[in-house]
Design a protein around this ligand. Sequence first.
Ligand SMILES: Nc1ncnc2c1ncn2[C@@H]1O[C@H](COP(=O)(O)OP(=O)(O)OP(=O)(O)O)[C@@H](O)[C@H]1O
Ligand SMILES: [Mg+2]
Length: 385
Amino acid sequence: MITTLCIAGYRSLRDIRLELDPINIVTGPNGSGKSSLYRSLRLLADVANGNIIRSLALEGGVQSVLWAGSLAYTAAMKRGAQRVVSGQQKKPVSLKLGFAMEDFGYAIDLGYPIAAGTSMFNYDPHIKTESLWYGQVLRQRNEIAYRNGPMVKVRDAHHTWQVVLSNLATFDSMMTHASAPTDARELLMVREAMRDWRFYDHFRSDRDSGARRPQIGTHTPVLDSDGHNLAAAVRTIIEIGDIAAFSTALDDAFPGASVDIREDGGYFELYMTQAGLFRPLRAAELSDGTLRYLLLIAALLSPRPPALMVLNEPEMSLHPDLLPALGRLIAASSKRSQIIVVSHAPELVAAIESAAQAKRIELYKEDGETLIADRDEPPWEWPSR
Ligand SMILES: Nc1ncnc2c1ncn2[C@@H]1O[C@H](COP(=O)(O)OP(=O)(O)OP(=O)(O)O)[C@@H](O)[C@H]1O
Ligand SMILES: [Mg+2]
């Protein structure tokens, strides 16, 4: 479980430090920073998957995503609600992402490229420092691995620092390039934990979406992020998953309905029988909201639950009448995974809160900067450059 999440210099998240619970609901008005918080978690997962530089480039490059305000003086500092940054530096140069789990912490610091003669990759951010440590807060004595520019040092069994790489590229992370079963197995363990995080953001439900058409079916314990393998995922739940939880979730949202999967020449198609209809409807005939709800059930009742499941605005195109059932479904799946839900539907927030003990993370914006209503900040130290 992630216990602490810290982001600095990313869009409106100038300096955010959060404590996380088993179920977390991120909410707040338009433009308060919810999607930025969601994306910063995805960026951390991208580090472990080796995609961070490309993901940042697709967002417009470090020039676009770096906090565009001042570092030296903010409204929150004026009120005494935020730490005052000492020194003369006013222009942000650093995007930092970090988290701690129960036993390990990791942080990465990215910045501007240093103008490099003939290179065309002048928009690629550079990874400046990375650190991996035992426990919640980075200290000198509990650091396990450290990256500074091209050099990676790892502590050996005798607690002595060993240089394991001296030529790491600015666009590669030590998590993907310095982890080996022999040196710092912890790098490998934490990387695998990060790769296991699962994100669901706006399923496709348009006429051409894969979920509406028959698809080649193979065992699918994890629904794809675009939902195209819905029929195979539902069939996998029916065969090897929690079929009782599936029936309960379906009946809670659509009383009296049932779902079955038909197979033809290896192609799987989903059918739904609803109260009052003489024939079952094919996935292609279902409403957007109904299809999205089935996708959410398949995602949340995965027979291979991840350590962390992050849902971005799952209420999209669902009628408010369905949100209490969705709240109960999310609460039920929190028994298997840590959950972070980003939502601006008060009905969904209320539904999750009445079904389970959830932490509400209420964001608001002041002078362009995202702040958190609850000011209890966990202790945190960034690795120094
Ligand atoms: N580089 C930047 N520096 C500072 N602020 C930025 C930067 N880039 C974007 N922003 C601002 O960050 C804010 C947060 O955007 P975000 O998309 O996270 O909001 P949101 O809470 O998801 O809103 P909505 O409910 O409308 O989806 C926006 O107001 C945007 O203008
Ligand atoms: Mg948003």
